[in-house]
Design a protein around this ligand. Structure first.
Ligand SMILES: Cc1cc2nc3c(=O)[nH]c(=O)nc-3n(C[C@H](O)[C@H](O)[C@H](O)COP(=O)(O)OP(=O)(O)OC[C@H]3O[C@@H](n4cnc5c(N)ncnc54)[C@H](O)[C@@H]3O)c2cc1C
Length: 408
């Protein structure tokens, strides 16, 4: 192939795509990011841990930063975590990542990708762009990568408004308040950010369920929880309706490309987090892309190298164990979840962080799971055991390394 138009073409300008593009640009690679209206503002309310924002070079692109994070789960009551949390300033984050791409000679291209073969990417309007390697970061319904079946969905309804009474810990970010909101049925919790001056972002969240909860139901639950049955006390400044798939297995790599972000099942199967971890892991993938370029690998071989660094055997096993965690949560009632998360966040910080994505190795995840297991009541322990030998036994066996997963 003659010299391609770019070192890397990224399909998609979401946080994962732009994060990967910026990490590659930092290594002097020329990156083109193709998406419809690539300059348009990201709509979701993106939260991430402060250390992740720092590691991704986005500490200066936060709308809010809270040094403390609060969890209210079981009988243990309110727990304050020393790990800080941040709300991404979407415009600033997007601008910062795009600037890094442009500084290395790359750009954002307005267009929709139709397909890609051997480093030649064809857009729906017929234009073609050539690339040494192609990454599919087109989100939950990927363009190039296969979409494996999800095990469940996270759904949430959130509003930003001014409240007379604080609904959660003041001056902090409440990651989850699992106290009973007074509604029977599928369990939900409150996610609340104190934005200062009486302003709050409050969201009723279903962590995971086989089917998403309706937004009307979630809104009614949020009002009931806050004691605001009749109307919001002020007009919400922003409304968020959130639903996305959770717990999909890792899909096989598409020919001539690799997937990244939600397109690569990188949404944490048991928590729904993806933005922070993708921004952090982008650097590992970027170094593989740079190595492939330096070695002059063909597009499919270059994509295979990047994919193998993203999904090492250990990482694939961690993903399988996280999917086991999800299978467990799917069948839990409110009191199970209260006890489970009470025990989870009572672990030393290193343990729960390992489970949420910081593990250096599979053994860190296993230790975290065993630690929770040892802390819960015999009743919940029995339920966890049933899940491990029940429908989730395949994920369990892959996690323990007894079986290989299909994404080799
Ligand atoms: C409302 C909401 C709130 C969320 N909040 C959080 C949170 O706080 N923290 C967290 O970690 N996760 C959160 N998530 C989960 C997840 O991290 C997000 O869905 C995140 O946006 C996924 O990032 P991504 O870059 O992989 O995909 P996306 O953000 O979905 O970006 C996909 C990109 O691909 C482009 N694209 C699509 N089709 C084509 C095509 N044919 N050609 C070219 N480009 C294409 C799109 O235009 C877009 O630019 C949230 C999800 C939702 C829905």
């Amino acid at each position: 192939m003659s010299e391609p138009d770019c070192d890397l073409l990224v399909v998609g300008a979401g946080p994962a795509g732009l994060g990967l593009a910026a990490a590659c640009a930092d290594l002097d690679l020329r990156v083109l990011v193709v998406a419809p209206h690539p300059e348009s503002r990201w709509q979701p309310t993106y939260g991430l841990w402060l250390d992740e924002a720092r590691e991704a070079g986005l500490e200066g692109a936060l709308a809010h930063a809270w040094p403390r994070t609060v969890v209210r789960a079981g009988a243990s009551g309110r727990r304050t975590l020393a790990r800080g949390y941040g709300l991404l300033d979407n415009a600033a984050a997007k601008e910062a990542l795009s600037a890094r791409v442009r500084a290395a000679g790359g750009d954002l291209v307005d267009g929709a990708v139709a397909h890609a073969t051997a480093g030649r990417v064809t857009l729906r309007d017929g234009r073609t762009i050539t690339a040494a390697v192609v990454a599919d970061a087109s989100g939950h319904a990927p363009v190039l990568a296969p979409r494996p079946r999800a095990a469940g969905f996270q759904s949430a309804f959130g509003v930003e408004l001014t409240l007379g009474e604080p609904p959660a810990a003041e001056g902090a970010m409440t990651l989850m308040d699992f106290r009973d909101g007074g509604t029977p049925g599928a369990p939900t919790f409150l996610y609340a950010m104190d934005l200062g001056d009486g302003r709050w972002f409050v969201e009723e969240t279903s962590l995971v369920a086989r089917q998403p909860l309706g937004f009307g139901e979630l809104e009614a639950r949020l009002r009931r929880r806050l004691g605001l049955r009749d109307r919001w006390p002020s007009t919400p400044r922003a409304v968020e309706r959130c639903v996305f798939p959770m717990g999909a297995p890792i899909a096989p790599r598409p020919r001539d490309a690799f997937a990244f972000g939600a397109a690569a099942s990188m949404v944490h199967p048991a928590s729904g987090y993806q933005v922070g971890p993708s921004l952090v892991r982008a650097r590992v993938v970027a170094s593989a892309v740079a190595e492939a370029r330096a070695r002059g690998l063909a597009p499919d071989d270059a994509a295979a190298l990047a994919w193998s660094r993203l999904w090492t055997r250990d990482r694939r096993r961690q993903h399988a164990l996280h999917r086991l965690g999800l299978a467990v949560l799917l069948d839990f009632e409110l009191d199970d979840l209260q006890e489970f998360f009470g025990a989870f966040f009572a672990m030393p910080e290193g343990r729960w962080r390992a489970y949420l994505g910081d593990a250096r190795a599979i053994s860190d995840v296993e230790r975290a799971m065993l630690d929770v297991y040892s802390r819960v009541s015999p009743r919940l322990r029995w339920r966890l055991t049933q899940a491990a030998v029940g429908p989730a036994r395949h994920a369990f066996a892959v996690g323990l390394g007894l079986l290989e997963d299909p994404a080799r």
